[in-house]
Design a protein around this ligand. Structure first.
Ligand SMILES: Cc1cc2nc3c(=O)[nH]c(=O)nc-3n(C[C@H](O)[C@H](O)[C@H](O)COP(=O)(O)OP(=O)(O)OC[C@H]3O[C@@H](n4cnc5c(N)ncnc54)[C@H](O)[C@@H]3O)c2cc1C
Length: 304
């Protein structure tokens, strides 16, 4: 079986190579700006470098991957927002089957078998996809390989008529460590009454050296925070050493995003909130009373 893998992020590309190597021969696609970053990735048969295409150019990437697709049975992309976006577009172009967020992959009867979480992470769905298949793979499920030196092959950019013109590029303000890489996360929910009150969570995160994430309503509905910091099945999946969940009920769509956290502390004024079932430590109290005291005590303890 021939597998093409691509991710905008080299660490995820290494995981995809590992995922694909269980299925067959892997070709790793990289754009010119990724040449250096992918050079240390092991386990692929070859690295296809496309000079003249940048990883930020989604329109050309769709064209490039779709153009290569006829040489491959399976295309694996990463489970981040941009990777998932490619899945639909490429599958549509090549007339293939598709799935997002695979956590397990195998082959049976000439089809691709994909395992992925369902019911907010409470069950695993096993789906059979006809080839060619375009699938995004969940982060952290496959360990990068340590052996297997790939050959390098230069390929030409696609010739295409552009339908999207980039009129302006603006750099986003840096918000510190990305949520999915942070060791300490404070996750805020709708228990906060006003946007300004989130300062209580930022103060706690500051003293702990952590970052602040949110439930989907806080980020997507109330728009109090950037959409990139919403945690859950339709957002970011996090795996911090310490997660403090404040004023969030712990509905399964949120809970699916925190399953890999090591220690979970929940602060909620409702003793029946489902978040307590997923927590190692629970504080049943009004967050407005508890957070200032906790932050102050930690400040004193740390001498800051
Ligand atoms: C298809 C789909 C996908 C979804 N994906 C996601 C996702 O990826 N991530 C996500 O988060 N949600 C997602 N949701 C929404 C999800 O179902 C919940 O609605 C959401 O997680 C609830 O957010 P919340 O905990 O902030 O709010 P609520 O459920 O309203 O919980 C607020 C909590 O705060 C507590 N509280 C209130 N006041 C205080 C106080 N003063 N002190 C302490 N505690 C207090 C309450 O007891 C309550 O438990 C999705 C929904 C759908 C349908």
């Amino acid at each position: 079986m021939r597998i093409l893998v691509f991710s905008h992020y080299p660490d995820l590309a290494a995981e995809l190579v590992s995922a694909g190597s269980g299925l067959g021969d892997v070709s790793l696609l990289a754009t010119s700006d990724m040449r250096e970053a992918v050079s240390g990735i092991k386990g692929a048969r070859e690295i296809l470098i496309c000079e003249g295409v940048e990883s930020g150019d989604q329109e050309t990437l769709v064209e490039l991957i779709s153009g290569l697709a006829s040489d491959f049975d399976v295309i694996l992309l990463s489970g981040d927002r941009r990777g998932r976006e490619l899945v639909g577009q490429v599958a549509h172009r090549v007339g293939g089957s598709s799935a997002v967020d695979a956590s397990g992959l195998s082959v049976s009867g000439g089809n691709l078998i994909v395992e992925r979480m369902t019911f907010g992470g409470k069950a695993i769905a096993v789906e059979e996809l006809a080839l060619p298949a375009v699938v995004s793979v969940q982060k952290g499920k496959f360990k990068p390989l340590e052996e297997g030196e790939p050959s390098i092959r230069e390929i030409s950019p696609p010739s295409m008529e552009r339908r999207i013109q980039v009129v302006e590029r603006r750099e986003k303000p840096k918000v510190g460590v990305p949520l999915d890489k942070a060791d300490i996360v404070v996750a805020v929910g709708r228990g906060f009454r006003r946007k300004e009150d989130l300062k209580l969570a930022y103060d706690l995160a500051d003293v702990l050296g952590g970052v602040v994430g949110a439930t989907r309503p806080v980020a997507a509905d109330l728009k109090w925070m950037d959409e990139e910091v919403w945690i859950g099945i339709s957002g970011v999946r996090i795996s911090p050493k310490l997660l403090i969940v404040v004023g969030a009920s712990g509905q399964q769509q949120f809970a699916a995003g925190i399953m890999d956290s090591k220690v979970v502390v929940a602060i909620n004024n409702d003793p029946k909130a489902p978040i307590f079932e997923q927590s190692d430590y629970g504080v049943v109290m009004d967050l407005y009373e508890f957070l200032p005291v906790l932050t102050e005590k930690l400040r004193k303890l740390k001498g800051v």
